[in-house]
Design a protein around this ligand. Structure first.
Ligand SMILES: Nc1ncnc2c1ncn2[C@@H]1O[C@H](COP(=O)(O)OP(=O)(O)O)[C@@H](O)[C@H]1O
Ligand SMILES: [Mg+2]
Length: 250
C-alpha cells in the first residue's frame, strides 16, 4: 500500500529525515515510536505530501508520488495525480483540526462534497453511519467547542473515514488528551484495525502499539533504528537507543 524508500528531508541546515524507508501492506498496522523531534511527524507528512521530500521515492498503491533521478533530483507526479494519490490516505492529527464554525456533521460531509463532488443526500447517511460507529451520533449537530477532546478526535477519525481512504495515518492522536479520554479514541482505532484498515500510527501509547500493531518502528534522529514485530521489539529491543527509550516510557 505504501512503499517509501530512502526518504531524505531537511529544514534549512537540519537534516530531519536521513534515509527513511517503510513498506506497509494491505491491512497491516504499523506503529511508529520515538522521542520528540526524531522526525515522526515529518515522515508522515511527507507520505501524504503535506511536506515535500528532498530525495527518495514514495509509491502509494503502486502509483509513484515522488521519485529521484540519477542526478539526485526529486520529481513529483503532476498536481492532479498527486491529489488523487493523496486522497487514498486519511490523516488524523494530534490537535484534531476540526472546523470550529461547522457542526460535527458538517465537518464530516465538507470534504466529500467539496473535494469529491458528492451530493449532500448521498454523504449524509454515510456520515451518520460513521458517527454511530464512533459513538457520536447524538452529537451530530453540536459544534466542536461543545465536545471533549476525546469526542473531537473521534469526529476527526469519522471525518477522515468519510473520504473512504485505503490507508489511515495517525499522528499522536491521543497525545493532546487527558488520560481518561485516550481509551475511547484508542478503542475506535482498534475497531478500525479489526476491520483490516491499513494504518500507520505515530503514538506514545505503548500498550496500543504492542497489542494492535503488527510491526513497530523505533525512530531516532531522523532514522529508523529498529523495525520489528511488536511483541519482539517490546520484549527484547536490540538497539541500546530503543532500550533506553522504552525504559524511559515505562
Ligand atoms: N516546518 C518546519 N520547519 C523547520 N523545522 C521543522 C519543521 N517541522 C519540523 N521541524 C523540525 O524537524 C525535526 C523533527 O520534527 P518532527 O517531525 O515534528 O518530530 P516528531 O514528530 O518526531 O516530534 C525537529 O527538530 C523539528 O524542530
Ligand atoms: Mg510529532
Amino acid at each position: 500500500m505504501i512503499n517509501a524508500e530512502n526518504i531524505h528531508k531537511r529544514f534549512g541546515a537540519v537534516e530531519v529525515l536521513k534515509g527513511v524507508s517503510l513498506q506497509i501492506s494491505k491491512g497491516e498496522v504499523i506503529a511508529v515510536i520515538g522521542p520528540s523531534g526524531s522526525g515522526k511527524s515529518t515522515f508522515l507528512r511527507c507520505l501524504n505530501h503535506l511536506e515535500t521530500i528532498d530525495s527518495g521515492r514514495i509509491e502509494i498503491e503502486g502509483a509513484v508520488l515522488a521519485s529521484t533521478d540519477a542526478n539526485g533530483h526529486c520529481h513529483y507526479a503532476p498536481d492532479a495525480e498527486v491529489r488523487q494519490i493523496c486522497r487514498k490516505m486519511g490523516m488524523v492529527f494530534q490537535h484534531f483540526n476540526l472546523f470550529p464554525h461547522l457542526t460535527v456533521l458538517q465537518n464530516i460531509i465538507e470534504a466529500p462534497i467539496t473535494v469529491k463532488g458528492m451530493k449532500r443526500e448521498e454523504i449524509i447517511p454515510v456520515a451518520e453511519e460513521l458517527l454511530r460507529k464512533v459513538g457520536l451520533f447524538p452529537k451530530r449537530d453540536s459544534y466542536p467547542a461543545r465536545l471533549s477532546g476525546g469526542q473531537k478526535q473521534r469526529v476527526a477519525i469519522a471525518r477522515a473515514l468519510a473520504m473512504e481512504p485505503d490507508i489511515m495515518l495517525f499522528d499522536e492522536p491521543t497525545s493532546a488528551l487527558d488520560p481518561e479520554l485516550t481509551g475511547e479514541v484508542l478503542r475506535a482505532m482498534r475497531q478500525l484495525a479489526d476491520e483490516h484498515m491499513t494504518m500507520l500510527v505515530v503514538t506514545h501509547e505503548m500498550g496500543f502499539a504492542r497489542e494492535v500493531a503488527g510491526k513497530v518502528l523505533f525512530m531516532d534522529h531522523g532514522e529508523i533504528i529498529e523495525a520489528r514485530p511488536a511483541a519482539e521489539l517490546f520484549a527484547n529491543p536490540e538497539h541500546p537507543r530503543t532500550r533506553a527509550f522504552l525504559d524511559n516510557m515505562l
